[in-house]
Design a protein around this ligand. Structure first.
Ligand SMILES: Nc1ncnc2c1ncn2[C@@H]1O[C@H](COP(=O)(O)OP(=O)(O)OP(=O)(O)O)[C@@H](O)[C@H]1O
Length: 487
């Protein structure tokens, strides 16, 4: 028997692929109803009355969503489910069962069905389950697409981003990685200076050797001196044995001098002599030892201005500035933002959730906000925002409501500016004047839509009480308020 096929007229919206649905149901009228409903949604739907035909279809075409009557006459519903999970593990399965066999629904969920429908079901119930399954599959596909894009967008080492600014950085980076010159890495806080330092080291000739950061900002000057130059026994009260300094022991390894501008002037002098003579004088030593480490330094301050002000040694600046690598601020390379955000989201999800969860993505508005925001804390700030949102959000989509309040406020302010602009335009064209009630209705509905239907979050973001929101929705003829809810 030929299977029935109904093509959804709508197709995939906004460039989304059309999803393929297979309905396995022996009852012809239920099957036809399912196909009819699916065809009015974004599905290309196919029906099969028995297992044999279902298997035939599954052999020849990829199925995104399977609507399966588990108790089909002749049996085999559960076997088919298990086989589908092996053959097409990403297929979202909706198990249909009779009311009496809830236990088989539970078993179906255990084997991998995402949802179940208990017969008899209302058409709205079917629509809602199909909608959920379709959305889930679209998210899978979308996040896979993003992951693939991410793979292809990976830069050098662990650096992410393919903006022209980053491409330029990679070109210089891959050249300097194969030399042993000092490199001065300049950029605002959180732009990735240390990561660039690590990447120079790990793509260089001595990647197997040690990379050691030394924080010139937070370590005490004596500590920095001990670490970098070492000392001999008896050099000072606590020096009970010789200690070799990093500059002499790393042998091809890299010392990363973080925030070099904070190095005290005296140590600047000692460092410049080491670089000049290629020799290191441990404290209290009577003879020098060879300088064997490579030196990379970073700064978020304007060293030229500090040299002019006499707060940084000119000779050290020239010694370090053999190669100058400037890392652009995040706002100067906006096109890297989505891919960095997506990378952080996948990583946060792996770190925060041990079990395999649904892959997450961002709502369009969140991505738009990310592009509009200035990111004063650069990539570090973006990472913190995304990690928090991943911990807070409960669904597959990270929405505006999952972001920290300052970002939500930033977005809302932007929105009101845009709305004022629209109203100003409307003043020019009286034909477009809208009532305040209409503006309010639009704002409420847009907020709910933006927050994926989460009315409680919408009320919070809009700064109104839950009861007010439910009352307004009722006024618009959209849904009932909760029974006991107070502002
Ligand atoms: N291009 C990038 N790709 C991937 N991750 C990045 C990138 N740039 C920065 N990061 C990440 O951002 C965070 C901050 O980076 P890093 O510590 O290297 O910045 P920094 O400029 O040295 O910061 P600070 O000035 O505060 O010392 C790190 O978690 C780092 O892994």
């Amino acid at each position: 028997m030929a299977s029935e096929v109904q093509r959804g007229r709508l197709g995939g919206s906004e460039g989304q692929p059309v999803l393929h649905l297979l309905v396995v149901e022996d009852n012809a009228s239920i099957r036809a109803a399912c196909l009819e409903i699916a065809s009015n949604m974004a599905f290309s739907a196919v029906g099969a009355p028995d297992m044999k035909e279902a298997e035939e279809i599954l052999r020849h075409q990829a199925v995104d969503v399977l609507l399966l009557n588990l108790k089909i006459p002749g049996g085999g519903g559960m076997d088919l489910l298990e086989r589908v999970k092996k053959l097409q593990p990403d297929t979202v399965v909706i198990a249909m069962t009779a009311a009496a066999s809830v236990s088989s629904a539970v078993e179906a969920m255990r084997v991998g069905a995402a949802e179940y429908l208990t017969k008899p079901f209302a058409l709205e119930e079917l629509t809602s389950v199909l909608e959920n399954a379709g959305a889930r599959r679209q998210f899978d596909l979308e996040s896979r697409r993003l992951r693939e894009r991410l793979r292809s967008q990976r830069g050098v080492g662990n650096l992410i981003g393919h903006s022209p600014e980053m491409e330029k950085l990679y070109r210089i980076l891959s050249k300097v990685a194969h030399t042993s010159h000092p490199v001065l890495i300049v950029g605002e806080r959180g732009t990735g200076k240390e990561l660039v330092g690590k990447t120079i080291h790990s793509t260089g000739l001595h990647a197997q050797r040690q990379f050691t950061p030394v924080d010139c900002e937070s370590l005490a000057p004596e500590m920095i001196e001990n670490e970098l130059f070492g000392f001999v026994k008896g050099a000072f009260a606590g020096a009970i044995r010789n200690k070799a300094g990093l500059l002499a022991t790393l042998e091809g390894g890299t010392v990363f001098l973080d925030e070099i501008s904070e190095l005290p002037l005296e140590l600047q002098g000692k460092l410049v002599r080491a670089l000049q003579d290629r020799e290191v004088w441990p404290m209290g030593a009577s003879h020098p030892v060879p300088l064997t480490a490579r030196i990379l330094a970073s700064t978020s301050r304007n060293l030229v201005a500090m040299v002019e002000a006499g707060r940084f040694r000119r000779d050290l600046y020239f010694r370090l500035n053999v190669v100058n690598l400037r890392i652009p601020a995040l706002r100067e390379r906006q096109e890297d933002i989505p891919v960095l955000a997506m990378h952080t989201l996948s990583k946060a999800q792996r770190d925060q959730y041990a079990e395999k969860e649904f892959p997450r993505t961002f709502s369009d508005d969140v991505l738009r906000l990310f592009l509009e925001y200035e990111w004063p804390g650069n990539v570090r700030e973006l990472e913190a925002v995304v990690e928090r949102a991943c911990a807070v959000s409960s669904g597959p989509v990270v929405n505006l409501g999952d972001l920290p309040s300052p970002l939500q406020e930033f977005w809302m302010q932007g929105r009101s500016v845009r709305r004022v602009d629209l109203e100003a335009e409307a003043d020019q064209d009286l034909g477009h004047i809208v009532s305040m009630a209409e503006v309010e209705k639009k704002t409420i509905l847009t907020a709910i839509q933006m927050l994926n239907g989460d009315k409680l979050k919408a009320a919070k973001v809009l700064g109104i009480g839950k009861t007010t929101l439910y009352r307004k929705l009722k006024e618009y003829g959209l849904g009932e308020g909760p029974e006991r809810d107070e502002d």
